[in-house]
Design a binder for this molecule. Structure first.
Ligand SMILES: [Zn+2]
Length: 196
């Protein structure tokens, strides 16, 4: 889980939700992944998916029999589906994900009749895993707050400034001025302008 936590921290530094995953087989890490859906413009670029892809490539086998996947956050339904396809032996996750964590689905209804089941252990170093997520959420909230306050300041500035001047008001005033000038002077004035 230490390696997964390091990957999670690295993902967080890149502006992603800080989640990291590793696949371990025969006592060695054979696949690593950091969460990267934003940077990769890929909704499937979850840490678990990347770790599974790399592990399968390294094993030259899409089935990772006997492997354990460690991930810092409870996996979503997509990643659990990939784990079923990969035939992993065990999943170990850190913090629980109350929103999209889907491990409970594994034991339920149709999922209970899956052709492959694996052991699930949750809560390993959960406090550290959750602390990473909380720290980033705080940073995001702060950034949003600063943007909102910045927006308010911009709005105040915009209100303090005169409206955009396209010169139309000046031209209208000029026309009125010209019309109020006696005809004789108006000609002089216009001719002076033309000369200028
Ligand atoms: Zn996922």
């Amino acid at each position: 889980m230490g390696a997964a936590l390091r990957l999670a921290r690295a993902a967080g530094k890149c502006g992603e939700v800080p989640v990291g995953a590793v696949v371990v087989a025969e006592g060695r890490i054979i696949g690593r992944g950091g969460n990267r859906p934003i940077g990769a413009c890929d909704p499937t670029a979850h840490a678990e998916m990347t770790a599974l892809r790399r592990a399968a490539r390294r094993a030259r086998n899409y089935r990772l029999n006997g492997a354990t996947l460690y991930v810092t956050l409870e996996p979503c339904l997509m990643c659990l589906g990939a784990m079923v396809h990969a035939r992993i032996a065990r999943l170990v996750y850190g913090a629980r994900d109350a929103k999209i964590g889907a491990t409970a689905w594994l034991g339920r209804g149709r999922a209970g009749r899956l052709n492959h089941r694996f052991a699930v252990l949750g809560g390993l170093r959960a406090d550290e895993c959750a602390a990473l997520l909380r720290a980033q959420q705080l940073q995001r909230d702060l950034a949003i707050q600063l943007r909102i306050e910045g927006g308010v300041h911009d709005a105040h500035r915009a209100r303090a400034q005169p409206p955009h001047d396209d010169g139309a008001a000046d031209l209208r005033a000029d026309r009125q001025d010209i019309e109020s000038v006696p005809t004789r002077l108006r000609v002089i004035r216009l001719s002076c302008r033309e000369k200028g």
